[in-house]
Design a protein around this ligand. Sequence first.
Ligand code: CA
Length: 242
Amino acid sequence: MKIDEAIKTYLAKTNQRIFRPKAVLFDMDGVLYDSMRFHARAWKEVADKYHLKAEESDFYLYEGRTGASTLDILYQKTFGRNATEEEIHRLYEEKSALFRAYNDGEAMPGAAEVLAKVKAAGLQRIVVTGSGQRSLIDKLEHTYPGIFEREKMVTAFDVKYGKPHPEPYLIGLQKAGVEANEAIVVENAPLGVQAGVAAGIFTIGVNTGPLADRVLREAGANLLFPSMGVLAQNIEEIIMAS
Ligand code: CA
């Protein structure tokens, strides 16, 4: 898909006249960190332990949901009921502990280049994540020095609803002080793409996981790239296209 065509389509669909990006809203897992495989493995192990029906690949479809919402889906599929508060608390703790044990904190290849180009173009960089990891800003500062600010992050502590609800990205717009047509979302997950689109923002899908491209297109991605490295080659053109 050509970039100028994608922007035209976005403007028509959102009933906007201009696209003037001033901020880029980045999802974290699967976009800035190559960490989704550790989330999927941790979830699959917990599901197996509690005899919940799930394939490892399912967790790429659920990505972006809150822990509680993911567990409700697993309990519905297996037992035809939602998870209890106690089950949610216990299983999510176990999943989080496994994720912390597996996670190697590796940056997503190409992400640093995208961030450097966005910063050089004078656009704000905002992280929008469902993660509630402590000292997230320290971790980001370690991986991507000088790119992010503590006040310009949306985490699990800011939001009531998980993706695909637009709330996390709407809060991201507020924190950046920009309108929907002044921002870009970068997302790897179908529910994250849906959230960006529902917030009225130009949403770039980056397919860093095992799902078919079709899944991200059907979620509404305005543009789709196979990696952050390929996005890095195109981000300036997208910013300048306005
Ligand atoms: Ca993600």
